[in-house]
Design a protein around this ligand. Structure first.
Ligand code: FMN
Ligand code: ADP
Length: 328
């Protein structure tokens, strides 16, 4: 079980620790660890290499492995302070990120609260106060393009330089590519989702892109046309291309069911705001207020304005058949 902690740095440099998972409850922070350091949004196959390198170093040194990441995402923090309208860009929630770390076999997740104190630390102060004095790291693994410290002046090479002075070793993972030479990056995932290519997003991620949220109440039109849809808010998540998708839904009770999802504004019914709504096959009871996770598997078609409600209903039935055939 992953032992996850939230760590907040106070103005005087002291650290406040809170357990984020049951396995961390009542435990102290680890004494010596080999850690992967980064934002790791998506935990894609490139990130996975960085984390696997930290785990390999931990095994060599006979100590615990850790991932050190940030919450909120540093970019979210800076954008929200700038006062500009923020275009949602996240590929994962913190809960999904922790599950991805656990799946890789990491012992600890140390989630640094990204706030005014942490963001003000220079690269040198971050390394000395956080990595050395508080976390006593013996080894740090990061990606070639990792940036840290106030104004992002710290680079992976600078981190290696600090390590030589502060008694920890470093490993910088080079840019990872797939079998065909395509760079494995968060931007590649975002571009794929933006262009309606969830398979490519899943190829880069090493698992399907998934949106997790609490089921909210809609206008209750869905059930009248025989296709009730569970709606979730996308919040900070990057918005995929509008349209209809084959999806797979993880329910709160542990069941995993095939499903079909529409993401868009529902022009046929005069919808004004975006909705992410999923009709789940084989479900026949209410799941309002429950958390579901919806994986995008295949893009079926763009969202359309139909001349009538009946025409829309007919098309939704065809979409459901397409999705069922995908799972057959
Ligand atoms: C598989 C599927 C495909 C859909 N495609 C469209 C579409 O192309 N155009 C559209 O206006 N609405 C589309 N919708 C949205 C319906 O208009 C919506 O589900 C209906 O209004 C019910 O809304 P409710 O969940 O608020 O009750 C689709 C819904 C589903 C489940
Ligand atoms: N097969 C199903 N797929 C999705 N939701 C279902 C299904 N069967 C029952 N439900 C429930 O019905 C609700 C959706 O019904 P709907 O009429 O579309 O209402 P709403 O407009 O509130 O989404 C879902 O939130 C869920 O609680």
């Amino acid at each position: 079980m992953l032992k996850a902690f939230s760590l907040a740095v106070d103005a005087d440099g002291s650290l406040r620790t809170t357990a984020l998972t049951a396995a961390a409850e009542g435990l102290p922070l680890p004494v010596r660890t080999s850690a992967a350091l980064g934002s790791f949004d998506g935990v894609h196959r490139g990130h996975q290499r960085v984390i696997e390198n930290a785990i390999a170093a931990a095994r060599r040194l006979g100590e615990a492995s850790a991932v050190i990441c940030f919450d909120p995402h540093p970019q979210t923090y800076f954008l929200s302070r700038s006062g500009d309208a923020v275009t949602p860009f996240r590929l994962m929630s913190l809960a999904q990120q922790l599950r991805a770390f656990e799946a890789l076999g990491v012992d600890y997740a140390l989630v640094l609260r990204f706030d005014e104190h942490l963001s003000a630390l220079t690269a040198e102060a971050f390394t000395r106060i956080i990595l050395r004095d508080h976390l006593h790291l013996s080894h740090v693994s990061c990606g070639f393009d990792f940036r840290f410290g106030a104004k992002g002046t710290g680079t992976a090479e600078a981190l290696a330089g600090f390590g030589a002075e502060m008694d920890f070793t470093t490993f910088i993972t080079a840019c990872q590519s797939d079998e065909t030479g395509h760079k494995l990056s968060s931007s590649a995932v975002r571009d794929a989702l933006d262009s309606g290519n969830p398979q490519l997003a899943g190829h880069v991620l090493g698992r399907a892109q998934a949106f997790e949220g609490v089921v909210t109440r809609g206008d209750q039109i869905g059930r009248q046309i025989g296709f009730p849809t569970a709606n979730i808010e996308l919040g900070d998540y990057l918005r995929p291309k509008y349209g209809v998708y084959v999806t797979r839904t993880h329910l709160a009770d542990g069941r995993v069911l095939g499903s079909v999802t529409n993401f868009g504004k529902r022009p046929t019914v005069g919808g004004l705001s975006e909705r992410f709504e999923t009709h789940i096959f084989g479900l026949d009871h209410e799941i309002y207020d429950q958390t579901i996770e919806v994986e995008l598997l295949h893009y079926i078609r763009p969202e359309q304005k139909f001349p009538s409600f009946d025409a829309l209903k007919e098309q939704i039935a065809k979409d459901a058949e397409t999705a069922k055939a995908y799972f057959a």
